[in-house]
Design a protein around this ligand. Structure first.
Ligand code: COA
Length: 320
């Protein structure tokens, strides 16, 4: 018997406030034309008072549980991927756990920045396959607006806030589920995309800093390679893929990666125009959008990919 982790349901949540490029251009020295042309971003959601990583994550998790038809009491594992936790500790995963009314399960945060959801999915999948969990919530939730330098137009226009979640459930001998994953990190590049503060260095939270062009260059190469690796591990061909659900950093990165792999752009789920880069939230957010609008259907072969600060990067293949 083969035990697999199947995706039983998806959910997402966005802050109430939607900010267009034009609105941003009223306070930042930028323009809708520059942002749209360089990134494909048209709008992003920005968290307001009372909206935090944990509240957004809990809303996304509730919707994923509803979609799966599973009661919160069945959850025995919560992995929250985030680089913007509510506090340094306790783990925001425990705040989500409490908000869902769960009083006993494994709950922890995982930090791999924009690749966080891929890392969290792989950890939860491994725990489920090893018999250490049966019903897992895998959540990506972020409030990057709170670590942006709003004076730095080269970074502040690129990011947004939000959350996405999936319920993974153990199933025996299923054709569905996570078929493979591939993860990487190379810390030699950790000064190309980072936050310039933290509890053990400055004692402050710090702001996001990025060398955009260098990140761009590495992203296309790493993403194409890790996608090919995950497909090979799953024993499937690029031509078998129904949907790619990529990390939504930049439309140009998505197009270049698709070209490099020979994937038709029409098979990519794109939400960067509406959500901007929501870091660990972007893959599960995009997945939920495409599931709810009917593009992704049961039985489809889907591929996830992401790259972020560290650098970290990864991909996973799943039969939905
Ligand atoms: N509005 C208007 N002008 C801007 C701007 C903005 N928001 N941000 C930067 N500029 C200006 C720069 O000041 C520069 O002006 P100059 O030529 O007069 O010096 C010019 O635009 C070009 O800047 P540059 O940084 O070379 O632009 P770019 O073509 O590399 O595009 C990014 C910048 C950030 C869009 C691009 O590098 C990128 O997408 N990188 C990857 C980022 C990413 O996805 N990171 C997350 C990975 S998880």
């Amino acid at each position: 018997m083969t035990r697999r982790a199947i995706i039983a349901g998806t959910g997402s949540a966005l802050p109430e406030r939607r900010v267009t490029n034009d609105e941003l251009a009223q306070t930042v020295d930028t323009s809708d034309a520059w942002i749209t042309e360089r990134t494909g971003i048209r709008a992003r959601h920005i968290a307001g008072e009372g909206e935090t990583t944990a509240t957004l994550g809990a809303d996304a998790a509730r919707r994923a549980l509803d979609a799966a038809g599973i009661d919160a009491s069945a959850v025995d594992l919560i992995v929250l991927a985030t680089a913007t936790p509510d506090q340094t500790f306790p783990a925001s995963a425990t705040k989500i756990q409490a908000a869902l009314g769960i009083t006993d399960c494994v709950a922890f945060d995982l930090a791999a920045v924009c690749s966080g959801f891929l890392y969290a999915l792989s950890v939860a999948d491994s725990m489920i396959r090893a018999g250490g969990a049966t019903t897992a919530l895998v959540i990506g939730a972020e409030t990057f607006s709170r670590i942006l330098d709003w004076e730095d137009r080269a970074t502040c226009v690129l990011f947004g806030d939000g959350a996405g979640a999936v319920v993974l459930q153990a199933e025996e001998d299923s054709a569905r589920g996570i078929l493979s994953s591939a993860l990487h990190a190379d810390g030699r590049y950790n000064q190309l995309l980072y936050v310039d503060g933290g509890p053990s260095t400055t004692g402050t939270v710090g702001k996001l800093r990025m060398r955009g062009q260098e990140v761009f260059r590495h992203a296309v190469t790493n993403l194409a390679a890790v996608l090919a690796e995950a497909l090979a591990k799953a024993g499937v061909d690029v031509g078998d893929v129904d949907w790619v659900v990529p990390h939504q950093a930049n439309r140009r990165i998505l197009d270049a990666t698709a070209r490099k792999l020979g994937l038709p752009a029409a098979r990519m789920v794109i939400t960067v125009d509406e959500h901007a880069n929501t870091s660990a939230a972007s893959v599960p957010l995009a997945l939920d959008v495409a599931v709810r609008d009917g593009r992704i259907r049961r039985g489809d072969l889907i591929v996830f990919e992401a790259m972020g600060g560290g650098f970290t990067w990864g991909a996973a293949v799943a039969r939905y």
